[in-house]
Ligand binder design. Sequence first.
Ligand SMILES: *[C@@H]1O[C@H](CO)[C@@H](O)[C@H](O)[C@H]1NC(C)=O
Ligand SMILES: *[C@@H]1O[C@H](CO)[C@@H](O)[C@H](O)[C@H]1NC(C)=O
Ligand SMILES: *[C@@H]1O[C@H](CO)[C@@H](O)[C@H](O)[C@H]1NC(C)=O
Ligand SMILES: *[C@@H]1O[C@H](CO)[C@@H](O)[C@H](O)[C@H]1NC(C)=O
Ligand SMILES: *[C@@H]1O[C@H](CO)[C@@H](O)[C@H](O)[C@H]1NC(C)=O
Length: 366
Amino acid sequence: MTNEPTGNYIIASDIGSDGKLNTRRAVYTGGLGGHSNNGGGGDGLLSQGSVAVSSTSNMLAVVNAGSSTISLFSIDPSEPSSLKLVGAPISSGGQFPNSVAFNKDGDMVCALNSGEVNGVSCFSVSANSVAPLTQTQRSLGLNQTTPSTGPPGSPSQIFISPDGQNVVVSVKGIDASAPGYLAIWDITNGTLSTNSNTIPVPTGGQLPFGFVPIANEQAFVVADPAIGFNIMDMSGQNRSAAYPIDGQKAVCWAAFSSKTGNYYVIDAGASLITEIAVDGDLKASAVKSYSTGNNTGPLDPAVATIGDKDFLYTLTPGTKQVNVMMLNGAGQAQTVQSLDIAGHARSVNVPVNSTNLQGMATFFKV
Ligand SMILES: *[C@@H]1O[C@H](CO)[C@@H](O)[C@H](O)[C@H]1NC(C)=O
Ligand SMILES: *[C@@H]1O[C@H](CO)[C@@H](O)[C@H](O)[C@H]1NC(C)=O
Ligand SMILES: *[C@@H]1O[C@H](CO)[C@@H](O)[C@H](O)[C@H]1NC(C)=O
Ligand SMILES: *[C@@H]1O[C@H](CO)[C@@H](O)[C@H](O)[C@H]1NC(C)=O
Ligand SMILES: *[C@@H]1O[C@H](CO)[C@@H](O)[C@H](O)[C@H]1NC(C)=O
């Protein structure tokens, strides 16, 4: 997503059978990008998940932070870079949306609003319609602004549990005395519970940012630029803990590879990807770190499985590129491509700016 305040575009690339990318087109979302009050740096949305796809319903969702809308597209599975806008962009149910998520069936999308009117709001979606689910608009009650201000005190990511029973949002803390948390609502028959359950980050954590579920557990790996990352355990056994990453500057994004079984957290400040293993007791350990190159400023990652291998795609707005890593096994990631985004954008006259570029997702034909 270009996330430009003059007009937001999705840049779509094909993934080859070798995992490499080939840029195909730029598609207007019908809305405007936006930039938070974050001191003018990258990660203008202070979020993970500003673009989401469903390979079940063949759809793509994207936030237009600057116009407080979300846009839904249907994806042509025979030519996945071909995106067709469903209806018109629809109000996000709040202000400055910065993250979206599909449910497993791909017929519901929830949006996270991070502005002065903040909270969650969900929609029923199909290839030809998108409509608000009226009993899903819930406030986070944050003292925020439009555009949002942060990173501290801003919401980070929204997620719908695969069993369809919960909506989960990460919220960054303000300081050590007011640490961040996960807010969890129950979903029943298209309705969200009135109140959310709040799970604080474990001691040592502070700024829960991007997160991914831990396979076969009720737990998450949660990136945290105050320390490194947190394991947050929802199972009732308290196996939660905060883990430091040496020399971390801004570990804000997280991804999982089912082929290596490991987690990858992304540090925009140190331009570093750290691979993490989590054992059966939810104890985590760093496996290896990989540089994406000085000043690449990596952020949103996405994984794609091709044959028997996973590939990790990481947006590097500092160089207006996508870093492509082949995951040859645990501890064996290898950069195989740095895809240039700026050249294609220039050729189709779509502006891209390092401080605005954000959001990425992979789509699989099924
Ligand atoms: C909200 O945040 C502003 C700016 O930091 C602050 O001045 C104000 O006191 C806060 N309001 C509340 C109710 O906390
Ligand atoms: C679920 O919602 C539908 C539509 O609002 C309603 O007809 C149905 O009775 C509800 N089912 C339950 C179990 O509440
Ligand atoms: C769980 O354990 C962590 C780390 O020991 C601690 O910081 C946290 O407060 C505990 N949470 C609960 C709910 O007991
Ligand atoms: C990154 O910068 C450091 C310090 O300036 C330099 O030593 C190093 O060679 C650079 N690395 C790359 C991959 O350019
Ligand atoms: C890029 O975006 C930032 C933040 O919106 C803005 O300050 C800057 O002028 C833009 N740069 C260009 C070359 O448009």
